[in-house]
Design a protein around this ligand. Sequence first.
Ligand SMILES: [Zn+2]
Length: 252
Amino acid sequence: MTEEYTEVVVLKRSDLGEKDQLITFYTKETGILRLAYGGGKSFKSSHLGLVQQFNWLDLTYYQGEGLGKIIDVESKYNFTGIKDDFNKLSYGSYILEFYYLTGTPEQNPLYFNHLILSLIKLEGIESDIQYKKLMVIFNTAALSLLGYPFQLAGCDNCRDLKRDINYYFIVDEGKFFCQQCIPGSLNKGLSVNLNKKEVKFLLRSKERGFGADKFPAITENSFNKLNKLLLDFIKYHLDLDFKALSMLNLYR
Ligand SMILES: [Zn+2]
């Protein structure tokens, strides 16, 4: 057995037999990591309070051939502002579930950083429309960091994104066309009509995530449209069933 160290966020705790628990972390060094938490004397009970959903921790653990074990945890930040607010908790649960379902046991430090930044932004939210903005940026940047096809640099045919004309995002192909290049065979059910500002908002989210400084100002209707587009994209490409989504009010 070797001793390992990494920064983690606790995604989920579930029972493992009668006395033990299985903890799922998203880590900076190794992506998704599942460890056993034994109820025995080997583990200080004061740690139990730290190993809770949303907590950002420094983790030391053993990794042998089977399921590894926690040796020590130290708190970095607990996001109590999320846990103490019903709305923030609902959106936060979606974010953790997204990582739980999409995370792989491979190093992806940018994806880890996106998780931390998303939770920090969520904790600081003060108005309802900011939840819709957060979800557009969260989903767009997460999909991009996971490598899903998201061609947003310009019309897929003429490469233009300058003129104030309509653009059409094609959900199944993950790219868009301007109104002059739109293919005749377009599947209307899987395409979304976007204006230039909406496309630019997606593009900024994709390139820099929450680190972007100049997002174009778009209306609540635009956020609703983009959130629906992203959830349709996630449904089509990821085929995952998010329990936390039913709690959210994203495009109504
Ligand atoms: Zn075009």
